[in-house]
Design a protein around this ligand. Structure first.
Ligand code: NA7
Length: 546
């Protein structure tokens, strides 16, 4: 943990670049934030560690990477021209298509000129005398601005388990979240994939088609549904575009920020089994993460949840030909939807291939990575390449990777040692003028991220505009407001089954991380109204001072 008493060397003033606002990250959050603040006439600087825009979609280039929200909804709504002129090709956009969209947005709104690429922010210090943030980068830049906006992403610090011997492996080692730009050819290779979350589930079928042999090292089986992805029909797209504004309005009022998810009022237990099966079958063939919203109580009532889980388990048993393999692929240790449900293309079918072997590393854990492969408690596997699909230090990892100090002797890492604490996910008490886009305590990862990003950016933009107009130099979350919000986030989560699973939502995938349910489960529509109300009441719960 950083030493909070250590003072940052003050650079010579000539070297310090002054801005009105600094944004960290040029993913979808940072790009839109830049666009909005620049429109206010502000001098803005964005620092981005990657060589290009796109954030998550810049880094996660693994084969099969695809969004699980439909492209016509997983896209910006702020520009009518943009949404009319951009043509999505597939129902669920692939990573290359989303990345070219991010690049198109950067070009269209001329965003690149204010972005410093290949530049990682190492530290951020609040200067209480000037009410400014001073940021330091790995290229030696020092920049200061009254407002700093962290747009660092929720799933952007990849996590590699510390297997002994990792560096001794003579083959190639990859992480899905740090995929080489030039791609990887697995033809003729013996490949091992560790991890069966969304990334593994998307990559495994693609790698299996290329590799000589694929071993999948699975610790926990996951629920996954067929994505039913397909090229978009031009006429259907035209129909959406003719009424885009109405669709976006419905999304704004929807809990997950997705217009296409119906809000259902029936309990799963109200329907007779045959009717329920048909409801699930219809959801299955539609291909949607909205599967766990088919009844109102699937995420709150264990018995209701089990009806949906058992439906999916039945599907796994019917797809996978070897009953022993099917049994190992069948999740039984968590409620469906309490870990993020996956959408796949041919995932379970892949285990019927002769060149694919499922290795259960729950019963025989990975002991080491050796020069020639992976050794489990049972045996050694000879491999030419290993793919870690082992996830991220989610929601807090990328923020805490920056040495953030508040100028009053505290670091963010110290403040969040017991788990993240924010007011509305937007700010954290004791760290003035520091905004977070889609921070812990906001709906973020439980929603269409672009809907959440737009809501946060719009709110922050209006807020900064008003602060500047009124000459307010300092804005800070009040401790009581933050405590009450954290309590509310926990109360809402505890009404559901989600905190019970060992998911990245609670930080369970990172050894030693405090177990706290991080996103806000109350729904984006409810949250949006709350944020509006707070702003209308002169930023209730925030202390403002000149
Ligand atoms: P996830 O969902 O965190 O999945 C990581 C996978 O890696 C999961 O199956 C883990 O098993 C497995 N894992 C992690 N550490 C180990 C070790 N030490 N041994 C064996 N297996 C391990 O990450 P993803 O990248 O797939 O997806 C993250 C989000 O990105 C996703 O939810 C979407 O929102 C997009 P475990 O379940 O912990 O037993």
């Amino acid at each position: 943990m950083p030493d909070a008493t250590q003072t940052t060397p003050e650079p010579t003033s000539a070297a310090v670049q002054p801005y009105d606002a600094i944004i960290v990250g040029a993913g979808f959050g940072g790009l839109y934030m830049l666009h909005r603040l620049r429109a206010l006439g502000l001098r803005v600087r964005v620092f981005e560690a990657g060589s290009g825009v796109g954030g998550t979609w810049y880094w996660n280039r693994y084969p099969g990477a695809r969004c699980d929200v439909e492209s016509l909804e997983y896209s910006y709504s702020f520009s009518e021209d943009l949404q009319q002129q951009w043509d999505w090709k597939e129902r669920y956009a692939s990573q290359p298509e989303i990345l070219s969209y991010a690049n198109h947005v950067a070009d269209r709104f001329e965003l690149r000129r204010d972005i410093a690429f290949d530049t990682r922010v190492l530290g951020a210090d609040f200067d209480p005398l000037r009410n400014e943030w001073v940021l330091r980068t790995d290229r030696g830049d020092v920049a200061r601005a009254p407002h700093c906006i962290m747009a660092v992403g929720c799933l952007s610090l990849p996590r590699m388990p510390e297997f002994p011997g990792r560096d001794s492996f003579k083959g190639k080692l990859y992480h899905t979240g740090l995929w080489p730009q030039e791609g990887v050819d697995f033809s003729g290779l013996r490949v091992g994939v560790i991890g069966t979350g969304s990334s593994g589930i998307q990559a495994i079928p693609q790698i299996a088609r290329q590799a000589a042999h694929l071993h999948v090292f699975q610790r926990t089986p996951n629920y996954s549904l067929p994505a039913v992805n397909h090229p978009l029909d031009r006429q259907a797209v035209a129909r959406v575009k003719a009424e885009y504004a109405a669709l976006r309005e419905r999304a704004r009022k929807a809990p997950a920020g997705v217009a296409g998810f119906a809000i259902l009022t029936r309990s799963a237990l109200e329907d007779p089994p045959a009717v329920r099966q048909q409801v699930y079958q219809d959801g299955w063939v539609r291909g949607t993460t909205g599967f766990t919203r088919l009844y109102k109580d699937l995420l709150t009532d264990p018995a209701a949840n089990d009806t949906a889980a058992e439906f999916v388990r039945g599907k796994i048993r019917s797809i996978v030909k070897d009953p022993a393999v099917a049994a190992r692929l069948t999740p039984t240790d968590h409620f469906i939807g309490t870990k993020r449900i996956c959408l796949d293309t041919d995932y379970f079918e892949t285990y019927n291939r002769a060149n694919v072997t499922l290795v259960d590393v729950r019963s025989a854990p990975i002991e080491a990575i050796t020069a020639s492969g992976i050794r489990t408690a049972e045996r050694e596997f000879e491999l030419d390449a290993i793919v870690m699909a082992t996830g991220f230090d989610a929601m807090t990892g990328a923020l805490l990777a920056i040495d953030i100090r508040n100028g009053a002797g505290a670091t963010l890492a110290q403040k969040w040692a017991g788990g993240p604490r924010t007011y509305l996910g937007l700010m954290t008490a004791g760290f003035p003028n520091l905004f977070v886009i889609a921070g812990p305590g906001s709906p973020s990862v439980l929603t269409n991220m672009i809907s959440s990003i737009e809501q946060h950016v719009d709110w922050i933009t209006r807020c900064i505009e008003q602060l500047r107009a009124r000459g307010i130099a300092r804005m800070e979350a009040e401790q009581t407001a933050e405590d009450q919000w954290v309590e509310h986030v926990n109360e809402v989560a505890d009404l559901t089954l989600l905190p019970r699973a060992n998911s990245w939502y609670v930080g369970a995938n990172v050894p030693g991380k405090p177990r706290v349910f991080m996103p806000y489960l109350g729904g984006l529509h409810v949250y949006r109204a709350r944020c509006e109300e707070v702003a209308a009441r002169d930023y209730e719960g925030f202390a403002l001072s000149s």
